[in-house]
Design a protein around this ligand. Structure first.
Ligand code: COA
Length: 403
């Protein structure tokens, strides 16, 4: 059994058949031509396979991405297409691939990693913590009628995805810099959205600045308008995009869209009959997960005041003792078990023990330190929990792009 990296059109006969079986409908005549068309969108990914002689038993990939963590944009490994041959499952192949993949992405400089799991417990053991899930929002388009008469500053632009793609990507880049949790695909991968040509894109602009963008498709007359994430930099963008949807009152029944986990759709319009859901199921509708690959790489992220010594346990990459300090609003991290002269005197004071997933839950702002014990993610005294809470306060991350 051997794990190796594959490149280029080796994918056609190794990883792609396993991915097609794991994620697509089957049996199907997924032809060599279809695989060939998909190849350019995978070309910058780091893909590993497990092989037994000439047979590919399992595969996993990492997409080199960027993600905003508390205001700082960091290199992030987006894990995708984890798949094992149906005759080789439950033998530990995916786990082994993941450990190798994360090690190689860490070596390449990726500080954090994110994914959408088939089951959270599997990836929690690999150091990932669950993050809040984006909401699915459903409302009758007729309820947007009051917006039609409102005079709003700004305008909207409506395009098919291929011509609207550049403006959409540019707005994605802006939100990457502004929004905690927001991530960005590299161009080789994102281009797939443009080239599939199966969506419309609307952008909202105020004073020549793009303030909102959403992609969507329509199921047919009387059906639903199904939008993807409602991306906005604030209320003006949201109002302009909703008013655009209101122009479909005589065409579709409902608008179904995805909203950030901290959105409050019940406040979007008077008399809006709206359902806001975050329904988790496995493997179909999981919450996202994220982990830290390099603790020192967190230096400089925005934090509150605090000082706490942390023992990170049970992790092949980041286990060790660290001192976390908030200094001038920025995080200072010192490895205290290996740095000469930075030993016990530096690390004295409140201390906590965290798993890698426990650290991720706090760094990404998903949990309070006192949540950790019940989820077996670590333990902190009341004093250490208070320091950690002040240093890394809860802050709802919004992980875009979706699965
Ligand atoms: C999900 C999937 C990738 C798992 O691959 P796998 O190679 O079977 O994964 P592993 O063997 O590493 O681990 C799977 C489970 O088997 C268990 N396992 C591993 N070795 C085992 C062994 N020798 N005996 C019994 N169980 C074992 C693992 O502990 C794990 O269960 P746990 O999470 O409860 O601990 C595979 O089922 C698949 O391809 N599914 C379809 C596609 C998909 O959903 N991909 C995941 C996207 S995130």
């Amino acid at each position: 059994m051997k794990i190796r990296q594959i490149l280029g059109d080796e994918r056609l006969t190794t990883s792609f058949p396993l991915q097609a079986y794991a994620f697509g409908p089957s049996p199907s005549d997924s032809s060599a031509a279809e695989f060939g068309r998909a190849l350019p969108y995978h070309d910058g990914n780091h893909t590993l396979v497990v092989e037994d002689g000439a047979t590919t038993l399992a595969t996993a990939s990492a997409i080199p991405m960027w993600q905003n963590l508390r205001g700082t944009v960091l290199p992030m490994a987006g894990v995708a297409w984890v798949a094992t041959h149906p005759m080789a499952r439950r033998l530990g192949h995916s786990h082994a691939l993941m450990v190798r993949l994360l090690g190689e992405m860490r070596e390449a400089g990726h500080v954090i990693s994110a994914l959408y799991p088939f089951r959270t417990s599997f990836y929690q053991r690999l150091g990932y913590a669950s993050l809040p899930m984006a909401r699915t929002v459903t409302f009758p388009v007729a309820d947007l009628e009051p917006l039609l008469g409102v005079d709003l500053p700004g305008e909207v632009d409506w395009q098919p995805m291929d011509t609207g793609y550049d403006a959409f990507r540019q707005f994605n880049r802006r939100l990457l810099g502004e929004r905690h949790g927001f991530a960005l695909f590299p161009e080789h991968h994102a281009a797939g959205l443009r080239d599939r040509r199966d969506r419309w894109v609307v952008t909202a602009t105020v004073d020549e600045e793009v303030v909102g963008a959403v992609t969507y498709r329509i199921a047919g007359q009387g059906g639903d308008l199904r939008a993807d994430d409602l991306l906005t930099s604030g209320p003006r963008g949201r109002a302009l995009l909703l008013r655009f949807f209101a122009h479909h009152i005589d065409q579709v029944s409902n608008v179904v869209l995805t909203a950030a986990p901290d959105e409050l759709p019940e406040l979007w319009a008077p008399d809006l009959r709206v359902r806001t859901e975050a329904e988790v199921s496995f493997p179909g509708a999981p919450p996202p997960m994220a982990r830290v690959l390099a603790v020192e790489g967190l230096r400089g992220i925005a934090v509150g005041p605090g000082r706490v010594s942390v023992d990170l346990v049970d992790d092949p990459f980041i286990a060790g003792r660290y001192l976390f300090e908030g200094s001038g609003g920025r995080l200072e991290v010192t490895r205290t078990d290996v740095t000469p002269g930075r030993g016990s005197s530096q690390a004295s004071g409140p201390s906590a023990t965290l798993t890698s997933a426990g650290l991720a839950a706090l760094v990404f702002g998903a949990l309070d330190p006192l949540d950790l014990a019940a989820q077996r993610l670590g333990s902190a005294s009341t004093e250490a929990a208070a320091e950690l809470r002040s240093l890394l306060p809860r802050d709802t991350p919004y992980l875009f792009p979706p699965r």
